[in-house]
Design a protein around this ligand. Structure first.
Ligand SMILES: [Mg+2]
Length: 195
């Protein structure tokens, strides 16, 4: 996968976050502060501009620019968390022109570790980790398998009680709502397949 692939991936995420903006915000209205869709849409719109302005030369440049822009533009917890995802992917992949599926899967494992550390969260806490963690081993199989695992993981958050983030203030009342962060993470992973 070359620079063009990674640009296509991020463009697909941008397009789909825009299309799902209101849905993501509605999910966040139920158990958060009703800004997840609008925050991410603003962030990825800024990413779209940054990628045109900087015309990145390598896959890692695409990922680092994406992560840095998200940290700068997206408020709340999701800016730093998504920023860490893309920046860790970039760092892990390193300065290469083409990335193998194995190297990308390893980079995602690094990114999962970095996000878990930053959020001090684990699987089952009803966060984006519940979509990302099952996708990481599935990436060793195929993008299709990873997309399916992320979607299933996001759906499974509906029955979880939130233990991290704003939704955790709701305690038992967080049960019955799909987590917005896990939902957007499933979009990010599924966009790999689409790209
Ligand atoms: Mg929010």
């Amino acid at each position: 996968m070359d620079t063009a692939f990674f640009l296509r991936w991020i463009a697909t995420v941008t397009e789909r976050v825009r299309a799902e903006r209101d849905h993501l915000t509605d999910l966040d209205r139920a158990i958060g502060d009703a800004d997840h869709g609008s925050n991410l849409d603003r962030g990825f719109t800024a990413v779209e501009e940054a990628l045109v302005t900087t015309s990145p030369a390598t896959p890692a440049d695409v990922l680092t620019t994406t992560g840095t822009t998200l940290i700068r533009k997206v408020g709340g917890a999701s800016g730093p968390l998504y920023g860490t995802l893309f920046r860790t992917l970039g760092r892990s992949i390193g300065d290469v022109a083409e990335v193998s599926p194995e190297a990308l899967a390893d980079a995602f494992a690094d990114a999962l570790g970095a996000i878990m550390k930053l959020g001090s969260a684990a699987e089952g806490d009803k966060t984006m980790i519940d979509a990302l963690a099952p996708a990481v081993p599935a990436l060793k199989v195929s993008f299709d398998a990873a997309a399916q695992a992320a979607r299933d993981g996001a759906r499974a958050t509906t029955e979880m009680r939130a233990r991290k983030g704003r939704a955790s203030y709701l305690g038992e009342r967080s049960v019955g709502h799909q987590d917005p962060g896990a939902t957007s993470m499933a979009i990010v992973i599924d966009s790999l397949r689409a790209a």
